[in-house]
Write a protein that binds this ligand. Structure first.
Ligand SMILES: [Zn+2]
Length: 181
């Protein structure tokens, strides 16, 4: 799963003490992301546009995850606003031996960027299984991911986050028990 909207949401991380780390400010993260958008790897205007759009993108993804993949009319209207009046170029390419249709907004700038990200969100609804979009419940992680397990049963983004929760619940149980004694 390669999705520009999900990856943008995940460019904001948190340290264990809760302070945010904005990976848009780190060239090793920003440069490859900008390249995927077909932009220059030091495009400062793009960086700020992404920073502005990111909370909207994350909010939309978190809503989708909370609603287990069912986009509300409001969420669809929001997407339509983003992608609605931007001219789109259609192209057919071959990926893994299969012909796929690619839609690229024709203009550039902030509107284009919103549309490009909106199309990535739309693709989750139309080409994928939106009920597989999830947000890691660890409050210091909140990694957005696409659950590729067969039964769609992954709860945490990774082993560490799941284990952290297990340890925390064990400690809480222990505390309760010692208080009772
Ligand atoms: Zn996590």
């Amino acid at each position: 799963m390669d999705n520009l909207a999900i990856d943008l949401a995940n460019l904001l991380r948190w340290n264990p003490d809760g302070t945010p780390v904005d990976r848009l400010d780190l060239p090793e993260w920003f440069a490859p992301y900008a390249r995927r958008l077909g932009a220059k790897t030091d495009d400062a205007a793009l960086r700020e546009q992404l920073r502005e759009l990111r909370p909207l993108v994350r909010d939309w993804l978190e809503k989708l995850a909370r609603r287990t993949g069912r986009a509300s009319p409001g969420m669809l209207a929001g997407l339509n606003d983003w992608i609605g009046d931007v001219p789109v170029n259609c192209r057919l390419t071959v990926e893994h031996g299969r012909v796929v249709r690619q839609e690229q907004p024709a203009a550039h700038g902030a509107r284009w960027l919103a549309a490009a990200l909106g199309l990535e969100l739309a693709e989750l609804l139309t080409e994928y299984e939106p009920q597989r979009v999830k947000v890691c419940p660890n409050p210091l992680c909140r990694w957005v991911y696409y659950d590729e397990t067969r039964g769609n049963i992954q709860r945490w983004c990774c082993y560490e986050c799941g284990n952290r929760d297990k340890v925390a619940r064990y400690r809480a149980r222990l505390k309760k028990q010692t208080r009772r004694k």
